[in-house]
Design a protein around this ligand. Structure first.
Ligand code: PMP
Ligand code: GLU
Length: 391
């Protein structure tokens, strides 16, 4: 009998990957689609990183690595945390995984018991609540509307914490909103967390380098809470390495040990060749990171000027409101939700975006501007033309 587990039946598919898949299918049929759905840099991985991977193959880095990653890779991450974040971590506090996605999931699986509450500010990245559900935890959302620049306040955090709260997932710069918490804002949240010892912070910093404010702030900078912070980061966004699948956690040793045990039974150490490439990324020249950041900032300014919406401070997403279109029609087609709108924009306007429903913000939709200036201009033209048909 075809019957999947209840665990799996509870899980929603990834909306970002689903929209990207739809966009690829239309493209394969010959439709000229502009893909602003999935969030990934459109740049190629820098040459010196690719060269390190080729060398790794030639030098036979082709066998199982230690589960948490090669010692040299962990050293490179320790160096990165010191150099870029001023943070002291030991190699035993680092565990690398198949992308930051697995890093987040490992941490949730290692920490969350059935019924534990995990606070997730909404809008959120699509996978957080699903990972919590997989661990049989209970997602607890804090609404961070556009009027608050999509950020939660200390008062909201205090009100959401209960004796069952086990973790807070904080993503800054944020996917999908592009908002960035300042050091002062993080400090405000930290002061609340100090009063609730049982709460661990999962700090997703994968967009660290795609920041237009000039400074990235990390919750781990505060000594008095460092013992409860799990930093999540990786090479996907900073070095245009989404396909290489290397992410890491930097965390207290007991959490790293837990994730190590889980990963040892589940996937083992990440791809050996990718590890050597990631090592070269962190140890090598860093101008490529700044060049890409500048390109993203230029594109952000371009799309904000065309879309006339809020001005995000990081990541490469625009998350405008679209609820004024709900109830409108194009012929027989009625737009009732942001997912309807995203589907309409894809099928009629040939621009792939993602509805805000999957991000816990049904009144918005997400556009990734990690694409060329020409694509941005053309996509905005198509979107405006398509929306104008809705009456
Ligand atoms: N966290 C956030 C907020 C992301 O947007 C992504 C990218 N999908 C990830 C984690 C995972 O990144 P990776 O490609 O390293 O798995
Ligand atoms: N960060 C990307 C996004 O949100 C990748 C897709 C995913 O892993 O969900 O679109």
């Amino acid at each position: 009998m075809e019957s999947l587990s209840e665990r799996l039946n509870r899980l929603a598919p990834s909306a970002t990957l689903a929209m990207s898949q739809k966009s690829s299918e239309l493209k394969a049929q010959g439709v000229d689609v502009i893909n602003m759905s999935v969030g990934e840099p459109d740049f190629n991985t820098p040459d010196h990183i690719k060269a390190a991977a080729i060398k790794a193959v030639e030098e036979n880095y082709t066998r199982y690595s230690p589960v948490p990653g090669y010692p040299s890779l962990k050293e490179a991450i320790v160096g990165k945390l010191k150099r870029e974040n001023g943070l002291d971590y030991k190699p035993s506090q680092i565990l690398t995984s198949n992308g930051a996605k697995q890093s987040v999931c490992n941490a949730i699986m290692a920490l969350i018991n059935a019924g534990d509450e995990v606070i997730i500010p909404a809008p959120y990245w699509v996978s957080y609540p699903q990972m919590v559900l997989l661990a049989e935890g209970t997602p607890v959302y804090i609404d961070a509307p556009i009027e608050q620049d999509f950020k939660i306040t200390p008062e909201q955090l205090e009100a959401a914490i209960t004796p069952r709260t086990r973790a807070l997932i904080l993503c800054s710069p944020s996917n999908p909103t592009g908002s960035v918490y300042t050091r002062e804002e993080l400090e405000g949240l930290k002061n609340v967390l100090l009063r609730h010892e049982q709460v661990i912070v999962l700090a997703d910093e994968i967009y660290e380098h795609i920041n237009y404010t000039g400074r990235h702030a990390s919750m781990a900078e505060f000594e008095d809470i460092r013992e409860r912070v799990v930093i999540i980061n990786g090479v996907s966004k900073a070095y245009a390495m989404t396909g290489w699948r290397i992410g890491f956690i930097a965390a207290p040793e007991w959490i790293v040990k837990g994730c190590n045990k889980l990963q040892g039974q589940y996937t083992s150490g990440p791809c050996s060749v990718s590890q050597k490439a990631a090592e070269a990324a962190w140890n090598g020249p860093q101008d490529c990171v700044e060049e890409m950041r500048q390109a993203f900032e230029r594109r952000k300014n371009l799309i904000v000027s065309l879309a006339q919406v809020n001005d995000p401070q990081g990541a490469f997403y625009l998350f405008p409101k679209c609820s004024s279109y709900f109830g409108k029609k194009d012929g027989d087609r009625v737009i009732n939700t942001s997912t309807d709108l995203a589907m309409y924009l894809l099928e009629v306007g040939h621009v792939a975006t993602v509805g805000g429903d999957a991000f816990g913000s049904p009144e918005c939709f997400r556009m990734s501007y990690a694409t060329s200036d020409e694509n941005i201009v053309e996509a905005m033209r198509r979107i405006k033309e398509t929306l104008a048909r809705l009456k």
